[in-house]
Every structure is written in C-alpha cells, then in structure tokens.
Design a protein around this ligand. Structure first.
Ligand code: NAD
Length: 362
C-alpha cells in the first residue's frame, strides 16, 4: 500500500536540508521498491508569507492525512516582530497538538568518528546511544490555572500548575516500553516523586504499565540525580522517559553530549505510529543560502520516520549505516569539521550518503 509522507520544509536552511533527505528517500525507494508518495506543504514563516497563517488549513489537512510528516525547521528574524499567535513556531506547536503527538523521542547518539566534538572525555561518551522520551502535550507547560497575579499586599505572584492524568502517563509509558523493545529493553523513568505528588502518581502508573512488559527492565531516578548521571556516566541509560519539563531540560543536556546540533534527529509520535520527524536544530538564519548546512540530522530524522511510522527498520538501518560510512570516509560539513578531514557543503554531504547507500544495497 502506498504510504504518504507530508514534507514541510519550512524556513531558513529547512528547504536545503530537506532536499538532501528526499534524495536519500528516492534512493531507498529505487533500491527497495518502497511505495511512498510525497506531498509538500507550507509551514512557519513561509506559510505566513503565503497565507497569513503559520499553519494553513491545507497543511494541517495534509498532516492529518499523511502516514508521517518530515519537517525541516521554522522561524527566522524576518518574522520575530509578528504577534505571538502567527509566529512561525506556532505552526509547529499547532501541528504537534492537532496531530496528538504526545511522545517526543530524541536519540542522543555519538558517532565514533565525532568523539572529539563532545565536551566530555572520549571514554565517557564513546559508543553513547540513548533515547530520551519526553511527554509533549501535558504537564506544567499546559496545566491551569497559570498566570501572574497581584496579591492583596501589592506583591506580584507567578504560578503554574503541574498536572498529569493517569491516562496521559499511561500512554507515554506504553510508548517508552514499546520503544525499549526495539533497543536494549531498559527504561529509566525520571521523576521527582519525593517532592511532587503529580510525579508520585507518574511513578505509580509507570510501575503498573511496566507489568505488561515483563521483558523490559524498569528503573526510577529523581530528576536531579538523572541530570548528574547524564554528564557523569551517560552510557548507563538505554531509554529515559520523563515529564514535559524534565524532558525539555534533560534532552537538551543529552543532545550536547554528542557535540553537534547538526547531527541530531527527533520524532514526535501519537499512539498509533503516526509521527512528525525533524532535526532538533532550528532554521539557522546565519548560514541560510550558503550551502554549508549539515543535512545529516534531517537524513537521520528520515531514518526514524521509516523505522517508527512506516515499519521499515531495515531501510532505517541502511540509512544510518550510510551516514556512518560517509563520516568514516572523512566527509564533513563545516560544523563537524576537524583537521585532516574533507570539508564539503550540504549537497555533496547528501550525495556522499546516497552513494554509500547505493553501495550498501548493491
Ligand atoms: P539554530 O538551531 O537555528 O542555530 C543555532 C546555531 O547552530 C547556529 O549557529 C546555526 O548556524 C547552527 N546550526 C543549526 N543547525 C545547523 C545545521 N544543520 N548545520 C550547521 N549548523 C547548524 O537556533 P537559533 O539560532 O537559536 O534559532 C534560529 C531560528 O530557528 C529562530 O527563529 C528559532 O525560533 C528557530 N528554531 C526553530 C526550531 C524548529 O523549527 N524546530 C528549533 C529551534 C529554533
């Protein structure tokens, strides 16, 4: 059956890096007979310029119909003075909430060829391969009441609400345990159950859900310890699952273990395998149009799309191996360049991955 992929290139370097990922997808389709249909849509600043909205109805409909969404990046200085309601980032948030993408996956993988790009010692990070799973549509970022109010003594008070329903914990728990089955079968649930009742419930529900996955080992860690362990001994983790705010912070911390923002993919999934896949970096206005953006995070996001939404793990592994082969050959975009390597731009980096992929399939 034909699978439909909505492609939303977005702004800044978005179109440049998405073009390279689509070259890789074309190659996979040609080599394996994978039956995919691509449909392009506008999102972010480009959509605002064309229609007055960062998430036009047509784009939302496209996202809803598709089996998966591949996104470049949104935003840039051109749109920074716009009202919040029509800023490019609203397009992204709108897609996440309208598509019910509650589970955010951020792998932090250190490619051995880039071990020197990390700020941590090589022996601490070499071979790193962890998956941070962040609950994306609830928790303190969405809880009400929220706001800033003036008290009777005239002093102002800011307040937010950390709230989780059992069902919201349950679905991200299932998601994490299922992902762990495709990996090393270990999940560490991160909470602050000693202080916050909402995460006391989080822990209880995680334990209940895990009973249905006897083949996966569940452990628990307080968030302060998890932050410390991530920089002390990150390789102890396989899958980390946590709340929206803790995940926001820990996933940025974990991504920096690997040294380069241009290398890291991400996925946001619903409960049925549908997902939106995008590099973790932004639209990089400072290098837009210069032909030097690193397309590997987007190419690796495509690999995640094939694995998690199209159930094409074999194709995903081939792409990941092709990226590793290109790095092995010493090919580097400027952001990951080191002495003695071959510095190339966006298009030749995409070409190198496609060439490695063709070799792998032949
Ligand atoms: P950024 O990630 O765009 O850039 C940070 C730095 O990393 C820049 O120096 C940039 O050149 C570099 N960089 C990023 N991606 C790269 C790549 N693929 N190859 C080489 N270098 C790369 O973050 P920023 O500068 O804070 O934000 C720029 C715009 O992007 C803003 O409008 C912001 O709101 C938006 N943004 C969008 C997303 C998204 O679409 N998911 C995420 C973060 C930021």
């Amino acid at each position: 059956m034909t699978k439909k992929i909505a492609v939303l290139a977005g702004d800044g370097i978005g179109p440049e890096i998405v073009t390279e990922a689509l070259k890789v997808l074309d190659c996979v389709a040609a080599e394996t007979g994978l039956d995919v249909r691509i449909e392009h849509g506008l999102v972010g600043g480009a959509a605002y310029d064309a229609s007055g909205s960062p998430l036009p109805e047509a784009t939302l409909a496209l996202g809803k119909e598709a089996d998966a969404v591949l996104l470049g990046a949104v935003g840039g200085p051109k749109w920074e003075s716009l009202d919040h309601a029509v800023r490019p980032e609203r397009g992204l948030l709108g897609l996440r909430s309208e598509l019910g993408l509650f589970s955010n996956l951020r792998p932090a993988i250190l490619h051995p060829q880039l071990v020197d790009a990390s700020t941590l010692k090589a022996d601490v990070v070499s071979g790193l391969d962890i998956m941070i799973m962040r609950e994306l549509t609830s928790g303190i970022y969405f809880g009400t009441p929220r706001g800033i109010r003036e008290l009777s003594d005239g002093e102002r008070e800011g307040f937010n609400t950390l709230v989780y329903r059992e069902s919201e914990i349950r679905r991200i728990g299932h998601s994490a345990l299922r992902i762990a089955r495709k990996r090393d079968r270990r999940v560490c649930s991160v909470d602050k159950a000693n202080v916050l009742e909402a995460t006391e419930l989080w822990r209880e529900v995680m334990i209940e859900v895990a009973e249905q996955y006897p083949d996966v080992e569940l452990s628990h860690m307080y968030v302060d310890n998890a932050a410390m362990q991530l920089v002390r001994a990150p390789k102890q983790f396989d899958v980390i699952v946590t709340t929206n705010m803790f995940g926001d912070i820990l996933s940025d911390c974990a991504s920096m273990l690997t040294g380069s923002i241009g290398m890291l993919p991400s996925a946001s999934l619903d409960g049925n395998g549908k997902g939106m896949y995008e590099p973790i970096h932004g639209s990089a206005p400072d290098i837009t149009g210069r032909g030097c953006a690193n397309p590997l995070a987007t190419i690796l996001s495509l690999a995640m799309l094939l694995r998690y939404s199209l159930d094409e793990s074999d194709a995903a592994e081939h792409i990941e191996q092709a990226v590793a082969d290109a790095l092995d050959a010493g090919i580097r975009t400027p952001d990951i360049y080191s002495h003695g390597m071959k510095k190339v731009g966006t298009v030749p980096m995409g070409d190198a991955v496609v060439a490695a992929l063709r070799r792998a399939y032949s």
